[in-house]
Each structure stands twice: as C-alpha cells, then as structure tokens.
Design a protein around this ligand. Sequence first.
Ligand SMILES: Cc1ncc(COP(=O)(O)O)c(C=O)c1O
Length: 399
Amino acid sequence: MTYKFSKRVPQGDTDAVGDILKVAGDPKVMSFAGGLPAPELFPVAKVKQAADKVLDEKGPAALQYGSSQGVPELRDVILKRLEVEGIHTDTDHIMVATGSQQSIDLTGKMFIDEGDAVIVEDPTYLTAIDVFRSYGAKFVGVDMDEDGMRMDSLEQALKDNPNAKLIYTVPTFQNPTGRTMTLERRKKLVELADKYDVMVLEDNPYGAIRWEGENLPSLKSMDTTNHVIYMGTMSKIFSPGLRLGWVVADPKLIKKYTMMKQSADLHTDSLAQYVCAEYFKENDINDHIKAITALYHKREQLMVKAIDKYFPKGVKHSNPEGGMFLWVMVPGVEDSQKLFDAALKRNVAIVPGDPFFGNATIPGTFRMNYSNTPEDKIEDGVKRLAEAIEEVMSVSATK
Ligand SMILES: Cc1ncc(COP(=O)(O)O)c(C=O)c1O
C-alpha cells in the first residue's frame, strides 16, 4: 500500500533523532543524549496529595471537558510566575497549552504558509525545526556566539528576507547550546522586531534554572508593540509528564490561539491543570526550583571538570550558567555523526549537531545533557567520550 501523505509528513522512513534516542535508552549506554529532567526530584508524594484533594473536592470538574483557554486557577498560577519573570499582564493574555511543544505547533499553524521565511538561531531546538518544516517554512539561520544570537546577522537576515514571518529564539540557556543572550542583544532584538515588523516567538523553558550570573529580562517584558509571543512550560521546573505549557500574547492573538487549539485537542487535560494549580497552592515552587538548580549545577560542574581534564586540546565547549545542556565543538571533524558512532562504540550517547540546524550545519558539533546522569557516572562517561573524540580527530587529521 502506498499512502498518499500530505506535504507535512516527513519524506522517507529515517528518523535520525528517534534512532539516536532509542540507542541512548539502552541500559548499557550512558546517555548524555536526551533532555530529561532528573526523575529523582519529581515531587511524587506532594502531587499525590494534590491529586487526592482535587478528586475529593472537584472531581467532576476535573474529569469534565473544560475551557480551551485553560482552567482559571492554573492561569492565576501562571500569572504569578510571569510576575517573577518581569511580565506584568493579566489572565486574558494567557492560554494554557499541552506543553510548549503545542505552543510552537500552533504558532507554526497560525503564521507559516509554504515558503515563508522563519528566522532561527544556528543551532536551535530541533523539534521546533521539525514543526516549522512541516508547515513548509524556509529556514534562515542566524549565527550565534557565546552571547547568543548575533544582532548584525539578524538584521542582515531581516533585510534579505523582508517578508519573514517569525523569529524563533530560546534566549536563556538555549537548547542545544546552553548559551544566554545578553541584555544588550535582547533590547536590540525587540527593537529589530518592531523596525522590520516581524513576530518573535520567545521560548523560555529553562530560564528559572540559573546558578550563576544575573537574571535577565525576557524579551516579552521589553515588548511594547505586541511583536513578542512568549511561551513557558511546567516541564523543566515541575513535570514534563503533565504536559502543561502556556502562551502569553495580545488577547487578540490569544483568541486565535484558542480557536486553533480547539481544532487541535479542544483543551489541555483538565485533571493535570487542576492538580498542578493545587500543588502550587500548597507548595513553594521556588524551593523546588532551588533543589533542581543545585543538583544540575553540581552535575554541570562535574561534567565541565571532566571535559577539561580528558577532552583533546582544541575542543571547545559552552559554559552554561543554568539549564540542562552544553555544546561541544570539535575542530577538523566534518561529519558529526562519526562522533556519535565512535561514542556509541564505547557505550556513550550524545546528540550530533546536524539536526539542530535548519540548513547548513556547523560540522564537528554535538550536544551534551547533564541533568539526567548521576554524579558518580559523569566522569567515566566523559572519559570514554574523550577517547571517541580523539579517535575521530586523528582519523580526520590523516585524511
Ligand atoms: C527549547 C524547547 N522548547 C520547547 C520544548 C518542549 O517542551 P514541553 O515539554 O513544554 O512541550 C523543549 C523540550 O525539551 C525545549 O527544549
């Protein structure tokens, strides 16, 4: 049977990232590949208490169909978190989504027609690339350095693509690089969005997990012209399994998002929304975020220390001040997949750089995750990975 798929469905049967994550899930393999939070910190007992209370007190509402814009109690919780992030708004500006992933998907559906330019950081979150590609986007990659997206390159991209529909950015502890955009660049980005009249999709799943440096204002908090759509999520500060995210935008846009969400899934899981709101009422999320931050910092320090001890000379890495990832650049290596293959031979998994680019890739790059590896395993994994890098570098040097 030959299926007559729409253009949105990926061509061919290869699922490179799925294959990587599958092998990374093998218990023999030490995985620095995934992007999973540390499961030992999930507040299981407290969520159980919250769930019991919700079912006792508002069981029928929690099990019933609900509002497409989201349960009011949860939108109040989100409003308070936005205050902490310097975004002063009201609940009309908020829609609950089924994770940030749905916010990205609905944004693609709302703004992108076949052939529209979408401006992304080079590299960027790979599943956002998949979404925008499914809507027919043409990618325009903008260089980054350790201070985030370069504004001279962004302005050039805007001049070259006057009809660009969207700038997608993860300004803080970016996935995959762990880099953070400076305050100066944030201000410039908001200014450019207004000047060239292009929408910005600001994706901020990691911003609260900071162990070093100063908190920086979100783009949304500086936006006075409604060019910024902001997305947040419970996934990295609470639980990804609950699938709770949010979009913050002008109420006119929120209305459209809500209509698009109705066609996608009617509304986000009511029980999950009530349980989350109840958990936030009874517990201080900031204490929980502190525990997450302390653990990830410890793991990141161990990883960086081992990298600096074992990786061959010339290999560079980012130095995140928070979040879950760091980015490695190996000189002289043309094919990032070779790094993955050599690491896997030694039972270590990383994500090679290629899928994080909309178009041309930066060769010899890969992403490492530290949030999900126990402290006593990190050094051994990095040491084996160092041997793999050395092997690939020496083969590349003899070519
Ligand atoms: C940058 C970025 N955006 C969005 C998501 C999706 O998160 P959610 O679990 O909220 O759908 C992720 C997940 O890893 C991410 O890294």
